[in-house]
Ligand binder design. Sequence first.
Ligand SMILES: [Fe+2]
Length: 287
Amino acid sequence: MGRLIYGGNEAREQGRDAVEDLIDLGTMSGDVLAFGGIVSNAHALAALAALAPARGIDAKQMVCTGDVVAYCGEPARAVAGLRALGAATIRGNCEDALARRAGDCGCGFAAGSACDDYAAAWYGHADACLGEAERDWMAALPGLATFRAHGRRWGVVHGGVTAVNRFLWPTSPEAAFAEEIAALEAVAGPLDAVLAGHCGLPFLRLVAGRLWFNTGALGLPPNDGDPRTSYGVIAADGPRIERLRYDHDGAAAAMRAVGLTQGYERTLASGWWPSEEVLPADLRRAA
Ligand SMILES: [Fe+2]
């Protein structure tokens, strides 16, 4: 049994050990499709699934960093779509919460904040839509993963290892990334790069010789006024961020149809988040 460090309270409550919670996905050949934050946006997931075959990418070359379910309108369809796609997936804090039938999404938003209100709306909808089969699937997902691709050994984490819902932003201090890389290596062994999600902004950082690659959210645009969402490709010449054009009007209609009209339904077309309070000050538009 390894040292228990993963996932904050969730892993401890489930009695999981960090080493048991780690899955090795082996060596991936060719380009790797890396994504996360589907956030119940089944339309975006369908668009991603449609582009993979044209690029010669099959399920064994796909990795999802979790938060399959969140803000958008079709949680069950998102889970079914991802399972049909067959991509390797780790648990996000949203899967942790729903599997445990927790009272909220576990994003860690301040009580009474706008983000907390948005989360309460979508979480109630997802909680009502998902049955035992989906929750069992979420509970069985690993919390961490490793794989090899194009000569690099990658670790996969949702937000962080010290806390699954840790927000690491493009501008977070290098020491914060170094802390998470050290925690991941304590479980997974030496790594060249880390694939991560959770914060919703795509970026690539180099920290003490290791890459930190966040592909942003597949199901929500990254607050830059462009409705296209983001995913990653790990190619022979390195990882890169790509933007996904998809039927965002259809995804917004699916939100309105179930009463998710608190603001994120407009984000799908505008590309701007309804609130920037979760962002560090230096990443806000008004900064
Ligand atoms: Fe998350």
